[in-house]
Design a protein around this ligand. Sequence first.
Ligand code: NAD
Length: 498
Amino acid sequence: MTNTFPFEARSYAFSPYVDCPNWIGGAFTMAASGRSMDVINPRHGQVMGQVADSGRAEVEAAVAAAQAAFEIWRAVPYKERVQVLFRLKGLMERDAEELAWLVSHENGKTYPESVASVAKGIECVEMGVSLPNMVAGGQMDVSRGVNCEVTHEPLGVCAGITPFNFPIMVPLWMLPQALVSGNTFVLKPSEQVPYSALKLAVLMKEAGLPDGVFNIVNGGKEVVEAIADNETIAAVGFVGSTKVAEIVYDRAGGTGKRVLCLGGAKNHLVVVPDADLEMTSSNVVASAFGCAGQRCMAASVMLAVGPVDPIIEGMKGHASGMTLGEEMGAIINAESYDRITRYIDEAEAQGAKVIVDGRGAKVEGADGYWIGPTIIDGVTAEMPAGKEEIFGPVLSIIRVNSVDEAIAIENANPYGNAAAIFTSNGGTARYATERFRAGMCGVNIGVPVPREPFSFGGWNDSKFGHGDMTGMDGFRFWTRPRKVTTKWATQVDQTWMG
Ligand code: NAD
């Protein structure tokens, strides 16, 4: 099978695409109900295709296919399973341009951002490829003639539910670890960006993954509920908003599954006067407005400690200079557009000052959902823009008098995904990172994503469940350890040789 449904667009021009079916047992199927939903290209605000709107029946069919494939796949040795991912990496590199344009069209990211997200997805596959070397060797003679060995066993049929903002990367936060360790999988991608995951399934088949090992059921809430309720599914990984993360954690956990749900974020960047002007101003802007602020690691609040106005001036320059449509992409949909605009209007009405205003921005020839970089000064921690997740290109500046005051505001926020400090003083950096209540901390880095093999995950209301999603924690989540203690020689003088 080579390149079914090639996505031929190689520019931002609107391009209609095929309907997006489910992928069950290695074959395309539409929802039995015949229902489907529009997939909108956010840059143009136009329907690029229809995605299957599935329900319980399709989840059951996918789980049955995954269960049948489990006995075959788990019997394949690690070293052979990993070869499939090794080939997948090559195929993703071969089709990287196509994948990146697909991500850009369904999600609205700029092409360079889409290229970067595909590259990060490939890095996750590389992590999977290296797993056999990282997990081998867990055995030891624990007594005379007695050996203890640990193996990492698959759980069975696993499932993943993913958000709109990284259509190919976030599914790949889960799949390499889950598949290499012998599980089979049912993925429910975001209904807003279903195409990249389907392309991934086609590439996996080309890479030699047996049918049924990886399945996709497209749809919305009904599919998520059916996954949560399904008694065969052994583990669920979820990435999305805190509201839904909590629902999935409770409902899937109620059936005894292993569940890990990554939720929303409100990330704080603390900037002190000794921070490097150029590096800090460009970094804060890149963090807040990259991917149009639609990433869980985006800077949302800048805690400006004391006289940092030259840095804020620098940020204004960088933000105002961004070309919308080229250096910053679109907002995912009309509902998000309204929500983001409302936060800006409300902060302004409450007395904050919009010093860079992206409202009403337009991109010629692209009639979709656009908001330019927006910086609001004089926000307080009590205002909605200062405490709630906006998930758009809006940076709220809260003025404070000390690092302690900044840390107190960061600590009081219920989220805890990421926090960073910009300073040229090592002691200040250490003081802050030791006190942040966030799972991923940065020093002079606005988007402190732990790259493979380090694990990704926040704290507090940004995560429900134990452990992290990627890296070695991901491997631990999708496996369970079996300890085998062996004594072959019943007497010290009796061996197999004598
Ligand atoms: P979302 O929570 O709306 O959707 C995530 C998934 O849940 C989708 O597959 C969707 O179909 C499903 N879903 C939506 N509403 C549901 C409901 N009521 N019941 C059951 N399922 C439902 O999130 P989104 O808008 O796609 O993505 C943005 C959110 O994801 C932001 O909050 C962002 O911070 C978060 N996110 C977090 C991380 C992280 O690592 N913590 C990474 C990426 C995105």
